[in-house]
Design a protein around this ligand. Structure first.
Ligand SMILES: Cc1cc2nc3c(=O)[nH]c(=O)nc-3n(C[C@H](O)[C@H](O)[C@H](O)COP(=O)(O)OP(=O)(O)OC[C@H]3O[C@@H](n4cnc5c(N)ncnc54)[C@H](O)[C@@H]3O)c2cc1C
Ligand code: SF4
Ligand code: SF4
Ligand code: SF4
Length: 382
């Protein structure tokens, strides 16, 4: 039976809850909105299925490198798609391929409450919701049986997600399917869904409108390399870019204040990839492959097995350049990211004093100083 003693031992994939024949596992959110399994011991029959599908329990430490077949830099030929994508739009090209075979694509999107969730799409139009990195943990609850059903009906399925999510899908299915394609992203960490919800509410107040999408790492102003440029899509369709009144979510994310605990000891930030293909950013700066550089962005594609190679060879909407391994390697293929040394203090303050306090105290420090000087001024006048 699953029993999470240390939070770092659970990535929140929910595979255990989906496989349990007795429905004895429910996924419960902690104070940061991260999901963890809770087992109803009265219903559990100790069958052990939950443990057999867990991507963390079954991931061996010091896993050996798989023989990645090749490394490729890739860029989508469709400029509109390329500009919406985080790097080179490789995801959309593979998704288009699966959809053209009447297949189904799974990925992370915003729902109507601006929560980040995994969902499916069977048209190119609907699949647009998956474009772009959302630097928040996405919720996968309830999806596994859908994926299995479609595979058994012979429908081509492309599942995309973080490496731990991809591994969870593999483990849940427990057998190979010829019609299944898996793509993982090079992964830094995922951040708290609860803090993100508070950020969205805060941003909506500042922008005086509800938000229907946030394009983190927007390319329109500065090109693709900018880590925090953000576009907010409002309910009436207006797009607001980098409003000066607001610090961007990426500043919280990349400061690593609210990473999921499992990310700090991730067993997937290495070269043993769970996907048939791995996609990431190809940081083609001037020291490395100037010939490929474009301000529009470039994806790194790692081809991890023959199935991945088949997919890449069919993706005719991509321009590709072969890379050497040393050109492709980047930080999160080798190291695990670590939380900020002030993370505990940030979380403690957040839980006691709320989002606005930590936003001013840790993120918008100039705002915090202004706030302190206002109080000082007020006290002096009294
Ligand atoms: C949380 C996170 C951390 C990342 N960290 C790194 C990194 O350290 N280094 C690096 O090179 N690349 C990283 N990436 C990958 C990178 O940001 C791009 O997603 C990747 O380069 C593919 O870009 P694209 O242009 O091909 O497609 P895009 O359209 O930009 O990518 C969309 C793909 O990302 C998936 N996705 C988006 N948000 C999430 C989410 N919250 N959870 C699961 N899947 C999601 C979608 O399902 C879809 O498959 C990260 C992505 C995410 C989501
Ligand atoms: S051991 Fe079996 S019955 Fe018990 S929680 Fe796990 S899957 Fe469910
Ligand atoms: S990692 Fe996934 S399968 Fe393992 S305990 Fe956590 S939610 Fe369950
Ligand atoms: S860093 Fe590791 S544990 Fe965290 S989301 Fe990425 S793959 Fe999963």
């Amino acid at each position: 039976m699953i029993n999470i003693v240390d939070k770092k031992d659970c990535c929140g994939c929910s595979a255990c809850a989906s496989i349990c024949p007795k429905n004895a596992i429910s996924m419960q959110a902690d104070a940061l909105g991260f999901l963890y399994p809770q087992v109803d011991k009265l219903n559990c029959v100790n069958c052990g299925l939950c443990e057999s599908v867990c991507p963390i329990i079954n991931r061996k430490k010091n896993v050996e490198e798989r023989n990645t077949i090749s490394y490729v830099a890739a860029r989508n030929k469709n400029k509109e798609v390329l500009f919406k994508s985080t790097s080179g739009g490789a995801f959309s090209s593979f998704a288009k391929l699966i959809l053209s075979q009447n297949g189904m694509v799974y990925g992370a999107c915003y729902n109507e409450r601006m929560e980040v969730v995994h969902d499916f799409a069977c048209t190119e139009e609907d699949c647009e919701k998956f474009i772009g990195s959302k630097y928040v943990q996405s919720r996968m609850v309830g999806l596994f049986p859908h994926i299995k059903k479609e595979l058994e009906q012979g429908i081509p399925v492309l599942f995309t997600g973080t490496p731990c999510q991809v591994e969870a899908v593999r483990k849940f299915l427990r057998k190979e399917y010829e019609n299944l394609f898996l793509i993982d992203v090079v992964c830094h960490a995922v951040a708290s869904p609860k803090v993100f919800q508070d950020y969205v509410a805060f941003a909506e107040k500042k922008l005086k409108s509800s938000i229907i999408s946030i394009r983190m790492r927007d390319k329109m102003k500065y090109g693709w390399g900018h880590r925090t440029s953000t576009a907010f899509v409002l309910r009436d369709g207006t797009i607001v870019r980098d409003p000066s009144s607001l610090k961007m979510w990426n500043e919280i994310y990349f400061s690593a204040f609210v990473n999921r605990p499992s990310c700090n000891s991730c067993l997937f930030c290495n070269m043993n990839r769970s996907g048939d293909l791995t996609i990431g950013d190809f940081w083609d700066d001037s020291s490395c492959r100037k010939d490929i550089y474009s301000i529009e962005g470039t994806s790194l594609v790692m081809v991890n097995n023959e199935r991945g190679l088949r997919l890449l060879n069919m993706a005719d909407s991509l321009d590709c350049w072969k890379l050497k391994k040393n050109e492709a390697i980047q930080q999160n293929l080798v190291h695990t990211s670590q939380s900020n040394c002030y993370s505990e203090r940030f979380i403690d303050d957040y839980l006691r004093k709320g989002f606005k306090y930590v936003y001013l105290r840790y993120v918008n420090r100039s705002g915090f100083r202004k706030f302190l000087s206002k109080i000082k001024h007020f006290l002096q006048r009294k």
